[in-house]
Write a protein that binds this ligand. Structure first.
Ligand SMILES: [Zn+2]
Length: 210
């Protein structure tokens, strides 16, 4: 086995479209067991009935963000509707967790200049997409991530599928074995020596080249 040299490679697992009590709950248990933090972008309309789960999520150190209220294409929205989709979700999260920075992940990863301006915070995209929603093939999802991941990647997954939860925990085991350190998106930015900026799109944060 090759021994790691230098600082550990970093990776951020991110989960969209939840919460869903059954699958998200199982994922949280698995991540806790492995002492791994990730980032969850929640759909506002799914929050009711999952308040305890969201509190648990935050208490475990996961980062929580917004994935709009109804999972809509935000580039189609008027300013007023954008504020409703994001603001309503932010208000719900603030009620449960207290006021905070809840960053936005645009559904489908689609933004335009207005959205970037309206978001009034960092926008989180991704650099590795195993398309875990496409099938329930855990093995394929695991391979799609572990064969392509590199230092600084942001991985997109969805915590509403059992197969995605299985795959995510499997990915964690494999990458921990390879010496990877799992961090939230916010931690990833900080550990790269940067400060999160409003209106900036984050896809991957590679280590600085010497
Ligand atoms: Zn989504």
């Amino acid at each position: 086995m090759e021994l790691p040299t230098g600082p550990a490679p970093l990776v951020a697992l991110t989960f969209d479209d939840g919460p869903r009590n059954s699958t998200t709950g199982r994922l949280l248990e698995g991540l806790e067991l492995r002492e791994v933090c990730s980032t969850f972008f929640l759909v506002g309309s799914r929050i009711e009935g999952s308040e305890a789960l969201i509190q648990e999520m935050a208490a475990a150190g996961h980062q929580i963000g917004i994935h709009t209220y109804d999972h809509v294409m935000i580039t189609d929205l008027s300013r007023q509707d954008f504020d409703l989709q994001v603001g309503k979700t932010r208000a719900l999260l603030s009620e449960i967790l207290g006021p905070g920075d809840y960053w936005l992940r645009p559904p489908y990863g689609i933004v335009d200049r207005s959205v970037v301006k309206w978001a009034d915070g960092p926008l989180v995209l991704w650099s590795v997409d195993p398309e875990d929603w496409k099938d329930n093939d855990t093995g394929r999802i695991v391979a799609a991530v572990t064969e392509h991941v590199s230092d600084g990647d942001i991985i997109l997954m969805h915590d509403i599928y059992d197969s995605s939860v299985d795959a995510a925990l499997n990915i964690v085991d494999i990458l921990l074995d390879r010496g990877y350190c799992f961090v939230t998106v916010e931690q990833l930015i900080t550990l790269r020596g940067l400060q999160a900026e409003k209106g900036r799109l984050y896809t991957a944060l590679r280590p600085a080249e010497d």
